[in-house]
Design a protein. Structure first.
Length: 134
């Protein structure tokens, strides 16, 4: 169950909803309004591939599939294949286990996501500052 939440005013929630909507719009703009990328499945896949690569623990194909919350294994692997074909992810042989391929963000995806998260962090910071100044 969800943890007990502090009650927030509608005014506070409207500021936060504005930030969240700006986040969603920016994601859509980042991926040039390609409808297939405007899904949480691609969000989980692409963001977690980048997080894990930055932490030095790149995801295997099966690990990348596990990041997505829905779809058969085939559907999940097809999403990875699409992201590779579109130049967002790179498949490479793993260093530790040469039999298992790993999935890395391309330089193009890193640049896109750094821009996206920088812009949206700035928006959220601005909204939180507005909340704090009341």
């Amino acid at each position: 169950s969800m943890p007990e939440q502090k009650k927030r005013s509608k005014k506070d929630l409207l500021l936060w909803m504005d930030a969240m909507e700006a986040y969603a719009r920016d994601w859509d703009d980042t991926f040039e309004h390609k409808a297939s990328y405007f899904t949480q499945e691609f969000w989980y896949l692409l963001v977690n591939c980048m997080i894990n690569a930055w932490k030095g623990t790149p995801l295997s194909i099966s690990g990348a599939c596990q990041q997505m919350k829905s779809g058969s294994n085939r559907t999940r692997e097809d999403r990875i294949k699409k992201a590779v074909e579109d130049g967002y992810l790179i498949k490479r042989q793993g260093e530790a286990d040469r039999r298992e391929a790993i999935v890395l963000p391309s330089a193009k995806l890193e640049e896109m996501l750094i821009g996206h998260f920088s812009r949206t962090l700035n928006i959220a910071t601005e909204r939180l500052r507005e909340l704090g100044s009341k």
